[in-house]
Design a protein around this ligand. Structure first.
Ligand SMILES: O=C(O)C1=C[C@@H](OP(=O)(O)O)[C@@H](O)[C@H](O)C1
Ligand SMILES: C=C(OP(=O)(O)O)C(=O)O
Length: 428
């Protein structure tokens, strides 16, 4: 699907969708338990992959009047009856790889072309260190993967600068091993707040896990028991970032974004980044609302070590801001659905922005008046599509984005929300 976004002003109320990261974890944690109700869950392409994995392990997942009823597999997963297809979802593949290593048998995992090009090697090595066996069929550290269990637990040494999802996966599965898992990080951890989200969800399911001097530790022999059998997912700050950015670039008189409560989500940093760039923004933390108005933005420097998913949003903001925006510590952002550093450089250049790409950084020399509508490509990546749509709001003329259906991965109603904010979105 192609979507065309004309230069527009936006106004009104918008709700951030439920968090993708929390939803994945809540579904899998409920799967490890005897069962749970998950309220305010995100129903999207990626979270449906995790639902499918829980069912493949012997659980059952059903939507009953907008509440997800998960019947758990109760501790150790069963050997799946078929290949587990994780689609486009890195989180599903990483969390499921170690869950599969708990089962007494062989599991095969695959995904779409994007997911089959993303790095899994350190996680395969970690499963081997825990006494299981995990292989890439092509021996290149990428899916398809063949995982054999059961693992009993132990100590693993793993790099922290490829994906924090490896650590999250080891902690979630480690809790139900006999011996527990000690994760020793051999390099600095990137995307660390996502591990904090994992620790928070584990705690909410009665599972103990802690940070250690050199990494993380989860004792074994634990069981997942959700408080009162229920879990409620908070709003998603990565998704909110597009709405907040739209308000800062084109809010006239203002955009009010709901479901933005303080959270372990690193991407709540978007509030500080926008403020630092000069956005007229007020955040009512208690009521989870942020009001933002069209503002003159100026360039800044942002370290995305903790917040990789904000890179596309910040690149768009930088393209419209005066001066240079430097996005640094960004190498791990190349390992996503697409290489987002080069994707944003390429696509924003088509819209007239001056962008310089370095291995670990993106430099955007901005100026709203310089942006022009263009035909741009979503490159199979939901976040690139949404960030380019926001850039389209301030580009002269019309911006047409290919592959716009990919927003279904994390924010299925994104273009409906833009329409409700007053953008004359057309789809073909
Ligand atoms: O654990 C998670 O929910 C996620 C972790 C991050 O990935 P990395 O840890 O691979 O950087 C992030 O980019 C992804 O969108 C979601
Ligand atoms: C990278 C992302 O997700 P995942 O790793 O689950 O594919 C994302 O949502 O931006």
């Amino acid at each position: 699907m192609k979507v065309t976004v004309p230069q527009s002003r936006v106004h009104g109320d918008a709700h951030a969708p439920p968090s993708k990261s929390y939803t994945h974890r809540a579904i899998l944690a409920a799967g490890y338990s005897d069962g749970a109700l998950v309220h305010h869950y995100l129903g999207s392409a990626d979270t449906r992959e995790t639902m499918g994995a829980v069912e493949a392990f012997g659980g059952d997942v059903a939507d009953v009047q907008d509440v997800l009823e998960v019947d758990g597999f109760g501790g150790r997963p069963e050997v799946p009856p078929d290949v587990v297809d994780c689609g486009n979802s890195g989180t599903t593949m990483r969390l499921t790889t170690v869950a599969a290593a708990l089962a007494d048998g062989i599991t095969v995992l695959t995904g779409d072309a994007s997911l089959r090009s993303r790095p899994q090697g350190p996680l395969l090595d970690a499963v081997d260190q825990l006494g299981g066996s995990a292989r890439s069929t092509r021996a290149n550290g990428q899916a398809p993967l063949v995982v054999e269990g059961p693992i009993e637990g132990g100590t693993v040494t793993i790099p922290g600068d490829v994906s924090s999802q490896f650590v999250s996966a080891l902690l979630m599965a480690g809790a139900v091993t006999d011996d527990g898992v000690d994760v020793e990080l051999s390099t600095e951890l990137k995307s660390a707040p996502y591990v904090d989200i994992t620790l928070e969800v584990l705690d909410d399911f009665g599972v103990e896990a802690t940070r250690t001097e050199s990494g993380y530790r989860v004792p074994g022999g634990q069981s997942y028991e959700p408080r009162d059998g229920e879990y409620t997912v908070p709003g998603d700050f990565s998704s909110a970032s597009y709405l907040l950015a739209a308000g800062a670039l084109a809010g006239d008189p203002e955009v009010e974004v709901h479901e933005v409560y303080p959270s372990a989500q690193g991407d709540s940093a978007i509030i500080d980044i926008l403020t630092e760039m000069g956005a007229d923004l007020e955040w009512d933390r208690e009521n989870g609302r942020a009001v933002v108005r069209r503002s003159e933005l100026s360039g800044t420097t942002v370290d995305v070590g903790d917040t990789p998913d904000l890179l596309p949003t910040i690149a768009t903001l930088g393209a419209a801001a005066d001066g240079t925006t430097e996005i640094v510590n960004a190498e791990h952002v190349r390992f996503k659905e697409t290489d987002r550093v080069s994707a944003m450089a390429e696509q924003l250049s088509k819209m007239g922005a001056e962008v310089e790409e370095e291995r670990d950084a993106l430099l955007v020399h901005g100026g709203e008046s310089d942006l022009v509508g263009a035909d741009v490509e979503g490159l199979g990546d939901h976040r690139i599509v949404m960030a380019l749509a926001v850039a389209g709001l301030v580009a002269d003329g019309e911006t047409t984005i290919t592959g716009a259906e990919d927003v279904d991965v994390s924010f299925p109603g994104f273009f409906d929300v833009l329409y409700e904010l007053g953008v004359d979105v057309s789809r073909e």
